[in-house]
Write a protein that binds this ligand. Structure first.
Ligand code: ZN
Length: 159
């Protein structure tokens, strides 16, 4: 198998992963106990979501949920986010926000090594960096996470 075939197959796998998460979003719904929440809006595409976190006294994220509607990429990104940040510390989730957003906007091509988080699934979102109009769809959930963690504002916007 040559490199070209390999990456084409990988692209197919990523497309399937995104469609799967968009059709069956994981952790969809409001949590019973919410300590942090924020709303995110991407006016460019009409994506809208609300993220719910439960953070314990040790600053660990112990539960994550979201509600919303939007395009496949925004929903898949939110679904992947909920799977990724659950059981992370708030500090690790914040670093992940910086990592993912700079990666998707191509400010940073390298993924720093991380022992705490498996980023393999999130690589599925890398394809959007080729499509500038979709980048905000993919980063919306992460901006919303950041807003929820910092409580800076209750509404995060990609604009
Ligand atoms: Zn969108």
């Amino acid at each position: 198998m040559n490199e070209g075939q390999n990456s084409a197959e990988l692209q197919d796998l990523y497309r399937e992963l995104i469609l799967d998460h968009a059709r069956k979003p994981r952790n969809f719904g409001r949590l019973n106990e919410v300590t942090h929440t924020a709303e995110g809006i991407n006016p460019l595409c009409g994506d809208k979501l609300r993220l719910y976190l439960h953070v314990d006294s040790e600053h660990m994220i112990t539960d994550v949920g979201f509600e919303g509607s939007g395009c496949a990429i925004s929903m898949a990104s939110a679904s992947l986010l909920t799977e990724t940040v659950n059981n992370l510390s708030m500090a690790d989730a914040s670093s992940l926000f910086n990592l993912i957003t700079s990666r998707l906007t191509r400010q940073d091509d390298d993924i720093p090594a991380t022992e705490t988080v498996d980023l393999s699934k999130l690589q599925a979102l890398d394809g959007v960096s080729q499509h500038p109009t979709r980048i905000k769809c993919a980063t919306l959930a992460w901006h919303t996470l950041h807003a929820a963690l910092t409580q800076a504002t209750s509404i995060a916007t990609t604009e």
